[in-house]
Design a protein around this ligand. Structure first.
Ligand code: NAP
Length: 252
């Protein structure tokens, strides 16, 4: 391996990242582009994904901005086909798009439950299914962004925790099913990370939260992006079916 290979270990690889417009997904897209991958940045609309794709384009040879509702299976199939054609194949799929619709169990509407499961769990399934063939061709990598809440559960997040626990079961099943084709599939379960999703916390909630985190700080998107790039890169090839918790010790 030359020194430039070690700095850009993903050179020549093609990646698709959902939820790439903001927060963790944007950091992941930039980390993969920074290591040389061509990246398709997917968000709810092309316009929403454009600035992330432009930042990626400054780091790598190919970057695309694409828009879809990840919960819409038929639309996802069309988008993945188009992305694979434009990227010239697919080596890395990162399922990161996600939403919350928090509420206590007794007050949670069926719509709030279905919407969160639809985006977080079915969206992940939709992309894995649509991208499975090109990933089998490239012996590719799938990385799903779950949540520590999918491991521990959380009051007020029955829908979100169920969707993220579902992502862990999906990850293990896909890992077993596609291992014969040398495709790996892993999940990352972040704790609290500074993004729009956590910006709604008020100061009291924030200080309560910090008391429960042994490392006494909220995490940074770059810390999730670095692990994603590791799992996608040459050093991550023998890891599959795992859920890696990145939470500053919150779940200990
Ligand atoms: P965020 O800042 O709220 O960004 C969400 C991303 O998902 C945006 O790019 C958004 O696109 C996209 N998205 C939402 N609904 C979509 C849909 N139906 N179709 C396509 N794209 C959609 O979120 P984040 O905090 O970075 O979280 C990213 C992932 O990490 C999520 O799966 C989340 O559950 C997980 N996570 C986050 C934390 C945390 O503390 N932040 C902790 C654990 C797990 P637009 O910009 O176009 O709306």
């Amino acid at each position: 391996m030359t020194s430039s290979d070690s700095q850009r270990p993903l050179e020549g690889q093609a990646a698709l990242v959902t939820g790439a417009s903001r927060g963790i997904g944007r950091a992941i897209a930039l980390a993969l582009a920074g290591q040389g991958a061509r990246v398709a940045c997917v968000a709810t609309s092309v316009q929403s994904a454009e600035s992330a794709a432009a930042e990626c384009a400054a780091l790598t040879d190919g970057a695309l901005a694409l828009g879809v509702d990840v919960a819409d299976g038929a639309a996802v199939k069309v988008l993945v086909k188009d992305a694979v054609q434009q990227l010239g194949g697919l080596n890395i799929l990162v399922n990161n798009a996600g939403i919350t619709q928090d509420g206590l169990l007794l007050r949670m509407s069926e719509e709030d439950f279905d919407q969160v499961i639809g985006v977080n769990l079915k969206g992940t399934f939709n992309f894995i299914q649509a991208a499975a063939r090109p990933l089998m061709k490239s012996a590719g990598r799938i990385i799903n962004i779950s949540s520590v809440v999918g491991v521990t559960g959380n009051a007020g997040q029955a829908n979100y925790a169920a969707s993220k626990a579902g992502v862990i079961g999906l990850t293990r099943s896909v890992a077993k099913e596609l291992a014969g084709r040398k495709v790996t599939c892993n999940a990352i379960a972040p704790g609290f990370i500074e993004t729009d999703m956590t910006a709604a916390l008020n100061e009291d909630q924030r200080s309560d939260l910090l008391k429960g985190i042994p490392l006494a700080r909220i995490g940074d998107s770059s810390e999730i992006a670095a692990l994603t790039a590791f799992l996608a890169g040459p050093a991550g090839g023998y890891i599959t079916g795992q859920t890696l918790v990145v939470d500053g010790g919150l779940s200990l």
